[in-house]
Write a protein that binds this ligand. Structure first.
Ligand SMILES: [Zn+2]
Length: 463
C-alpha cells in the first residue's frame, strides 16, 4: 500500500484494516465490518458526549410523506433528483408516496409545530443518529459518497430570535472544533457561498479538511435556517407579550465522512494510525517466545501488563504466529501502542514499548509502565495532529491570480469581492470550486473586478 497513490490506498485500507466491505450487491451501499463499526461507534460516542451537554437525543421516522417533503420549494429543489421513493405496500400502490429521508427537516418540523407552543418550550435542541438516503448519480465511494449514508448525526434546534439561533450556530462550531481536535483532524471553517448553501438556509458554515491527494472533503455543516421552515411548517410560539411568533431554527450534522477523514489524514503505507481515544484496541501485548522454558513466565508477565493497564482497552495476542506477523497485523489496524515482553525484558524487570505513529521502541521498567503509557497516549495524539495540521498548512497557499491554482493540489486563498459573477469567474480560471469565504483584517482587491474587499475565498477541488 502506497499512500502516495491515495485512491488505491484508501480502497485497500478499507478491506485490509476491516473498515468497510464494498461487495454488497447494490451500488452505493456498503457494509461496516465489525472492526470498522467499533471504530465508528467510538468516534460517534465522542461527538454524542459533546452534544449531550445541552441537546437531547430523539428519533424520527425514516419515511416522509410526499406532501411534507414537497412543502418547502427551495429545500426540495436541492434534493428532488436524489430522493428514493416507496410507492407500494405489498402489491398495493400507496395513496401517498413515501420518501426515504434524504435529510430529516421535513420529518421533524411537522412535529416541532405540534410540540412547540410557548417561549417556555424554547430553546429546543434535539439530535438523532440515523441513516439517510440519496440517489447519487456521481461516482459512489465508501465513507465519502454513498447512497445510504449510514451514520448521519444531525442536530436540529429552535429558538425565539434570529440572534439566539446565530448563537447556537456558534455553539455548534465550537462543538465540532472540539470533536475534530480530539481526533487530530485539521479543518478550515468558512461560510459557503450563497449558491452552495443548504437549500432553504439563511446561511451555511462548513468544516472542510484536506485529503492526502490534495482534494478537500466537507466534514461538517452548520445551517442557520432563519424562519423559513417555521413559516412552511407553521412552527409558532407565544412570546413573552402573548404574541404569536415564528421560531428561528438551526440544523447541523456530521456523517461517516468523519471516519474517512480520520483514517485518511493519519494513515500511512502500513495501514491505519488511530488516536488512542477512539482506537478499538489501544494497547496490544505480545509475548516474544524464544524457548519453551520461558513460555509460562512470559504469559504471566503479559497478564501483569494487562492488569497494570486495566484502564485501557488491551489485547494479549497469544496466536501461534511469528512476532513479525503479529506486529504487521496490529499495525495495519492502527493500534497506537504495542507492548512486547521477551525473555530479556523478563530478566531486566522491564517491557518493550513501541508506538505506531513513529515506530519508536524503548525499554520501560515495569514500575514506570502505567505513567509511561498515559504520557504516550497524549504524545501520540499531539504528534499525529501536528503532522496532519502541518500537511494541510503546507498545501494551503495564498494566491493573487486564480490561474495559480490551476493544476495544483491543495487549498488556495484569494481575494474576492463576494459577487456571484466574480466568484464564478474565479472558479473557471482556477479550475477549482469556491468552498467558502471568510473575512480578513486587511483589505485587498478582487482579481476579477478590482474592487476593494476584506473577503477571501477558499478555493479547492472537493470530493
Ligand atoms: Zn469582483
Amino acid at each position: 500500500m502506497k499512500k502516495s497513490e491515495f485512491s488505491e490506498w484508501f480502497n485497500e485500507l478499507l478491506v485490509d484494516a476491516q473498515i468497510m466491505d464494498v461487495r454488497y450487491p447494490v451500488k452505493g451501499f456498503y457494509v461496516w465490518f465489525p472492526f470498522g463499526f467499533n471504530l465508528r461507534n467510538r468516534t460517534y460516542n465522542v461527538l454524542r458526549s459533546l452534544l449531550d451537554t445541552d441537546h437531547e437525543e430523539a428519533y424520527f421516522p425514516l419515511l416522509i410523506p410526499e406532501h411534507e417533503l414537497l412543502k418547502e420549494s427551495e429545500h426540495i429543489k436541492g434534493f428532488e433528483d436524489e430522493v428514493f421513493w416507496v410507492t407500494r405496500g405489498g402489491s398495493t400502490t400507496l395513496d401517498v408516496p413515501l420518501a426515504l429521508r434524504p435529510t430529516s427537516e421535513t420529518a421533524m418540523y411537522p412535529m416541532f409545530s405540534i410540540w412547540i407552543r410557548s417561549h417556555a418550550d424554547l430553546p429546543l435542541r434535539l439530535y438523532q443518529l440515523v441513516n439517510t438516503f440519496r440517489y447519487e448519480t456521481k461516482h459512489t465511494r465508501p465513507l465519502i459518497r454513498l447512497r445510504e449514508i449510514t451514520s448521519f448525526l444531525e442536530a436540529h434546534t429552535a429558538h425565539e430570535t434570529w440572534e439566539d439561533a446565530k448563537l447556537q450556530t456558534e455553539v455548534a462550531i465550537k462543538l465540532y472544533k472540539e470533536f475534530y481536535d480530539g481526533l487530530g483532524v485539521p479543518y478550515v471553517i468558512s461560510r459557503r457561498p450563497d449558491w452552495d448553501k443548504f437549500p432553504g438556509a439563511d446561511y451555511t458554515i462548513a468544516f472542510d479538511t484536506l485529503m492526502p491527494d490534495g482534494k478537500s472533503l466537507q466534514i461538517g455543516t452548520i445551517h442557520h435556517l432563519g424562519t423559513k421552515f417555521a413559516k412552511t411548517f407553521d412552527i409558532m410560539y407565544e412570546d413573552r407579550d402573548g404574541e404569536q411568533q415564528y421560531v428561528n431554527q438551526t440544523c447541523y450534522g456530521v456523517s461517516e465522512r468523519c471516519i474517512a477523514a480520520l483514517i485518511s489524514v493519519h494513515g500511512d503505507d502500513k495501514g491505519l494510525i488511530l488516536p488512542p481515544e477512539v482506537a478499538p484496541t489501544q494497547v496490544v501485548i505480545i509475548p516474544i517466545f524464544k524457548t519453551a522454558a520461558d513460555d509460562e513466565a512470559l504469559i504471566e508477565a503479559c497478564e501483569w501488563v494487562a492488569r497494570e493497564l486495566s484502564e485501557y482497552r488491551t489485547t494479549i495476542d497469544l496466536a501461534d504466529e511469528r512476532p513479525g506477523a503479529k506486529y504487521y497485523k496490529w499495525e495495519r489496524q492502527g493500534v497506537p501502542i504495542r507492548v512486547e515482553v521477551g525473555p530479556r525484558d523478563l530478566a531486566e524487570g522491564s517491557v518493550t514499548v513501541a508506538r505506531r505513529d513513529t515506530g519508536e521502541k524503548e525499554s520501560v521498567p515495569r514500575a514506570q509502565l502505567s505513567a509511561h503509557i498515559a504520557q504516550l497516549a497524549c504524545d501520540i495524539l499531539a504528534n499525529i495532529a501536528g503532522k496532519a495540521h502541518a500537511f494541510m498548512l503546507s498545501k494551503t497557499n495564498v494566491i493573487d491570480k486564480p490561474e495559480e491554482a490551476k493544476g495544483q493540489h491543495g487549498m488556495f486563498k484569494i481575494a474576492w469581492c463576494g459577487s456571484e459573477d466574480c466568484g464564478r469567474t474565479l472558479e473557471v480560471l482556477s479550475d477549482a470550486d469556491i468552498l467558502g469565504e471568510f473575512e480578513e483584517a486587511s483589505e485587498s482587491f478582487c482579481p476579477i473586478c478590482n474592487a476593494t474587499t476584506y473577503v477571501q475565498a477558499l478555493l479547492a477541488r472537493p470530493y
